[in-house]
Design a protein around this ligand. Sequence first.
Ligand code: ADP
Ligand code: MG
Length: 366
Amino acid sequence: KFRDEMTYLDMGSQEDEEGSNSSVTVAVRVRPFSQRELADKTVRRVVSMCGNETTVTCDNGAVHRFAYDFSFWSFDSENGDFAGQELVHGRLAQPLLSRAFEGYNTCLFAYGQTGSGKSYSIMGQTNEVGIIPRFCEDLFFRAQAVRDINQVKISVEISFFEIYNEKIHDLLGSSKEKSGKKPTLKVREHPVLGPYVEGLSTFVVNSFEDVEGWITLGNKNRATAATGMNDKSSRSHSVFTIVLAQTKTEMWEGHEHDHSITSKINLVDLAGSERQSQAMTSGERLREGANINKSLLTLGKVISLLSEQSAQNGKKKKTYIPYRDSVLTWLLKESLGGNSKTTMIATISPANSHIEETLSTLRYPF
Ligand code: ADP
Ligand code: MG
């Protein structure tokens, strides 16, 4: 694959020239119609995009306009440029990679109703790979250049887990309890390093090929867990974490000194944002629905509080951020607050049949 190396290496110094120091970027991506929708004469397109603006037109003529940092279009014709996997990755994830090499922690979330393209965007499929594999491939490409040019030692460690019903399951661990059930892992909080998953498998990876193996295993484990559980994957969050450590050895007064920076990158495929159906009224299922809503709600609250905080940057008013209200936000605390960069991709359906969920997705979290 051809790359313009200079352009690529220069990206790290490409500051937010528009003066925006906002740490939250929000994008919208509309998926194309499915075959079934194309065959259905009652299905109409209600979403259009123009520049950064996304417009939803209701049956009664009401028009809702949303302006975000990016609007990604899926149709060849009319009012937009087609945004494929490479373009979306280039606009959203590559800047995060640059941030990571500068030492920032970063998060990228896909948010939207089930079937709207979260997994397609984050993981993708064969021949149309998404952000996780592209990000990892770029990371090693970039790491090689940094090694060669700056004499920096680089180590990369990954982990992959899911949060289902506020419980954490390792997607890369091989251990199973006697019952055959996957063990549930707990969050612990280190006084200096912050929250972490106790006992989670982490792997050092030295090449993109190494990572690919783990991605395949994680996807397989996620799919296995989903079968027979009423599409569990639509009700769980999956979190792919990369820890990038850069170490430079410098000579100072005849001695070697190591100087390290570590950054964490979290690529998150969130649970479906749709309201739980009325049929789910009792016991486990109800609790599950409540947990999902609560963790998406908490995430929305945390992100909007953080972006409010950064908007009023000069004034150092301390806002309380309720990280610990959900396992997801608690674990991502160090990657959401402080000097970190967050990107949210809201995925939506183009169809009239999903208009309510589309509007609620577009209103989240602000
Ligand atoms: P989710 O993870 O939000 O439940 P998926 O990512 O599984 O949804 O997407 C549902 C279906 O739509 C999949 O078959 C996927 O390939 C397709 N799809 C979603 N977004 C796009 C897109 N931008 N371009 C092409 N196909 C897409
Ligand atoms: Mg999915």
